[in-house]
Design a protein around this ligand. Structure first.
Ligand SMILES: Cc1ncc(COP(=O)(O)O)c(C=O)c1O
Length: 474
């Protein structure tokens, strides 16, 4: 409930009392609460603090708060419910009565159709909700939440919980071939948290970085915001064209690459290119930032080991639980070379400390008990089935449809308005990603359709709807 904290009781945001003001303290409290209701900071139907709690919070006598509440009850802004407390009146304001609205639009609104909403058909980057082992996860999470409450500690390790970092050491060695110590692992707020930490810790502002073209739009935007110059480097059937990068910017400070499954085209960086990339980075003292966002979710054949498995000097490896568990956890990790462990630990402590250990410890147990690997196995099977079903639904309408990691790409002719089609599709519960936005300068057109979320009616209806949208708006 907004304005309510389950542990400390409800609070009233933003009441400032001035002893020298012309109004009495009760009047000031009455005004503060009225304003909080009008501005939507206190929601209709939410409970306000008890007189005793608010008096303590504001440093006034209990009677002062009681007088303010009485006035608000008289004016029907609050309702007194005896022992059940005092509540904001749960009625709609009459039409025409002005309310100050929060007019700030959500971040990245031009790119992300809605935060906090269930995934739409074809939406990229969200795992299958129906495959998530919710029962096991909630049992583990509840236990760790209880444990944290019953064992209060001081400041926790800014690199994240040791239990999770140790689990990741074993997991990454088994699943991604990486040999590292827990001190090299930092738990981050997802991929973006790791990328931000790297930019800060390595002082990348003002420097140049190769980025894949096509490549992850949000990473490119993040780097630009961090003052980094991005150098688009083409991708072909072997992945990043290393020679082209060397031709364009031989002295770049770093490269950001998705070697496991290229985002969004899906190919694995070839062995030859891996060797060339590592040789270039070592020669120039440059960094390789490895985005392993789909490393463990390779559907065809055996996943290639991570680039970080081949080198302990210049590769910074980023993993995320967004694709394997849930993006709502906002949990990722960064593995840095051993010689950078102490520096990154300090940088994390000072600028980007890890989030609460409740989640970390729950994920650690999820890994330890084998639930994670089992879940990955199930997801891979499910995604394979969905991929086959989607291709079967698309092929009669779009013979050019081709697989790309956990998605299918429908290539569209040059000049086709793929962004318009993607926008119009939202009205039908579909969120295809336009291919052109992955290019730095508007490259190929097409739609990227993730297979992770299966529509209730199956893929056939969605395929037909897409065809109609392409004909209408393409
Ligand atoms: C290429 C790429 N890297 C990384 C991520 C993971 O980001 P996060 O951990 O912030 O959810 C995504 C998510 O869609 C992605 O597409």
């Amino acid at each position: 409930m907004p304005g309510t904290d389950k542990n400390s009781g409800p609070s009233v945001p933003g009441i400032l009392l001035r002893r020298e003001a012309g109004l009495s303290l009760s009047e000031q409290i009455r005004e503060g609460i009225t304003q909080a209701i009008d501005e939507g900071r206190l929601k209709p139907g939410s409970r306000v603090p008890s007189c005793r709690d608010l008096a303590a919070q504001l440093g006034v006598a209990r009677g002062t708060v009681r007088a303010a509440y009485d006035m608000l009850v008289d004016s029907q802004r609050l309702v007194a419910k005896g022992a059940a407390g005092t509540w904001v009146t749960d009625i709609q304001r009459p039409p025409g009565e002005s309310r100050q609205q929060d007019r700030v639009i959500a971040p990245l609104a031009a790119i992300i159709h809605a935060f906090d909403s269930p995934p739409l058909t074809f939406q990229m980057g969200v795992p299958a909700n129906d495959a998530f082992p919710a029962k096991v996860w909630s049992r583990i999470l509840t236990r760790h939440a209880r444990e944290m409450v019953s064992k209060p500690t001081g400041y926790s390790d800014p690199r994240g919980s040791l239990a999770l970092r140790q689990q990741l050491v074993s997991y990454l060695s088994m699943a991604r071939g990486i040999r590292c110590q827990a001190s090299q692992v930092m738990i981050t707020n997802g991929y973006a948290g790791a990328l931000g930490l790297i930019c800060l810790a390595l002082g990348l502002r003002g420097k140049a970085i190769w980025t894949e073209d096509p490549g992850y739009l949000l990473a490119r935007k993040a780097l630009t915001l961090a003052g980094v110059e991005t150098i688009p480097v083409a991708v072909d059937e072997q992945g990043l064209c290393v020679e082209e990068g060397i031709r364009q910017a031989p002295d770049a400070a770093a490269v950001l690459v998705t070697p496991g499954q290229q985002a969004p085209l899906g190919m694995t960086l070839s062995l030859e290119r891996r060797a060339a990339l590592l040789a270039w980075a070592r020669r120039h003292g440059s960094w390789i930032i490895e985005d392993d966002y789909l490393g463990e979710l390779q559907l065809e054949g055996r996943a290639a080991p991570a680039l970080a498995a081949l080198d302990d000097g210049c590769v910074l490896h980023i993993g995320t639980f967004s694709k394997t568990l849930s993006p709502s956890l906002r949990l990722g990790y960064l593995v840095v070379p051993a010689h950078q462990a102490a520096h990154f630990g300090e940088a994390a402590a000072l600028l980007a400390p890890a989030s609460s250990f409740v989640l970390h410890n729950a994920v650690a147990e999820f890994l330890l008990e084998g639930h994670f690997m089992r879940h990955l196995r199930r997801m891979k099977r499910l995604y394979n089935e969905r991929l086959i079903a989607l291709l079967a639904a698309l092929q009669p309408l779009f013979p050019q449809a081709s697989r790309a990691a956990l998605a299918v790409i429908i290539a569209l002719p040059e000049g086709c308005q793929d962004t318009r089609i993607a926008h119009e599709a939202l009205a039908y519960g579909m969120a295809p990603t336009p291919l052109s936005v992955w290019y730095q300068d508007q490259g190929r057109r097409g739609l990227v359709l993730s297979v992770t979320t299966l529509p209730k009616e199956g893929f056939t209806g969605s395929a037909l709807r897409l065809k109609a949208l392409i004909e209408q708006f393409g």
